[in-house]
Design a protein around this ligand. Sequence first.
Ligand code: HEM
Length: 108
Amino acid sequence: PIGDAEAGAEVFDYCVGCHEVGAGAENGIGPHLNGIFGRTAGSIENYKYSKGLTREGKLGMVWDLEHLDAYLTNPKALVSDTRMSFDGLDDKTERDDVLAYLRQFSDN
Ligand code: HEM
């Protein structure tokens, strides 16, 4: 990502009610986001996803920059029946920044 990871740590405030990332991160309302870049959608064991996200993963959707950007812009536009109740981030800079932040916790 081309964003600013430090600014992205603050954008992640929108996500922390539902997601953990970093050392010791666990699933909560949403799945943990360690290794999200390159992860198959809906693939964390022991987390109960919506049928929609599970289906997309089985169809081969992998969280790359393009898919993450689309999902964060408008989750239901990418996966109509996703259970992520989040309106999305309209601001591209905020999306770039939060993705740069998350990228630090991914090997891909
Ligand atoms: C799923 C990111 C905000 C609840 C996901 C996934 C990503 C993500 C990448 C897919 C994970 C996977 O396939 O394993 C983010 C980011 C957020 C955010 C970066 C902030 C900008 C939220 C908020 C909530 C939430 C605020 C709760 C109100 C969920 C849930 C899922 C999910 C329940 C599973 C969806 C399903 O099974 O369809 N999120 N999220 N997220 N997120 Fe978020």
